[in-house]
Design a protein around this ligand. Structure first.
Ligand SMILES: [Zn+2]
Length: 94
């Protein structure tokens, strides 16, 4: 029985024995199918870890959003507020 690791970026199963792309993080080892995925994970590990190994490959369909949207919740509302404010300012000075 081969134990497969999951590439948290693309959702692919990766064989830990053959994968050259491994990263140690928070006391765990994470395997990736390619350098691209490894770099992607390295950029923002928490984002992928928050997905709980549930990557884009397996849609669970809660809210329809991926991990990126969950994270951007607070951030987007600020942008939204900024746009409204900007529109008000433009209207005011027009
Ligand atoms: Zn991958």
């Amino acid at each position: 029985m081969i134990e497969m690791a999951k590439d948290l970026v693309c959702g692919m199963d990766v064989d830990p024995k053959t994968s050259n792309y491994v990263m140690e993080y928070n006391g765990g080892s994470y395997y990736f199918c390619s350098e691209k995925c490894l770099n992607e994970f390295r950029k923002d590990p928490d984002r992928y870890l928050r997905g709980g190994g549930d990557s884009r490959g397996g849609h669970r369909g809660h809210g329809g959003g991926c991990c990126g949207m969950m994270m951007g919740g607070g951030w987007t509302s600020y942008v939204f507020l900024g746009i409204i404010l900007l529109l008000l300012i433009i209207r005011f000075f027009w």
